[in-house]
Design a protein around this ligand. Structure first.
Ligand code: ADP
Length: 161
């Protein structure tokens, strides 16, 4: 039986930290659905189609990876897709508390739901999409932290501001 997992996140924008989780997830699962959260309460830097395009272009043509989007509750999306396993990355202790709450809440909402965590290596533990946005907005060099297509997208987006 093919094993599949959903890798949900904001991906605003995709970082090398996310890419590392995807590559490592592909060693654990046969198939990954990278699911970009559409959260109307947040004002993102990149809209959902832009965020999806970054992921698709950075991954290239890999039939094991599907790039999707979802709104509402993750458990409802998981149920609708028939995929009850979710892949998440853990950076510092600060991620742990939130992820622990989220994993347990999701399990209460959908008992067959499982969360699988991959721990970040030393290269990317300090990389978050939020920090990348902040550093790039103020003209800092983020080329070590995002794929080349995202770097180009950031340049284009921020030049318009
Ligand atoms: P961010 O926290 O960077 O804004 P997301 O909300 O898109 O990112 O996060 C999606 C998932 O990817 C979460 O499980 C988050 O912990 C994980 N993640 C994000 N950045 C990294 C990283 N540098 N290393 C490992 N996991 C990460």
């Amino acid at each position: 039986m093919a094993r599949a997992a959903i890798y949900p996140g904001s991906f605003d924008p995709l970082t090398n930290g996310h890419m590392a989780i995807i590559q490592r997830g592909l060693k654990l699962f046969d198939r990954l659905v990278v699911a970009v959260a559409n959260n109307p309460a947040k004002t993102p830097l990149f809209d959902v189609p832009e965020r999806q395009a970054f992921i698709r272009d950075a991954i290239g043509n890999d039939p094991r990876v599907e790039v999707a989007t979802f709104g509402g509750l993750l458990v409802d999306y998981a149920r609708a897709r028939g995929i009850h396993t979710v892949l998440r990355g853990l950076r510092a202790v600060s991620d742990f508390e939130y992820e622990f709450q989220l994993a347990n809440m999701n399990k209460k909402l959908l008992p067959e739901f499982e969360s699988v965590f991959v721990m970040t290596g030393e290269d990317y533990f300090f990389v978050s999409a939020r920090l990348v946005r902040e550093v790039a907005t103020f003209g800092g060099d983020v080329s070590a932290f995002v794929p080349a297509n995202v770097l180009e997208g950031l340049r284009r987006k921020l030049a318009k501001r």
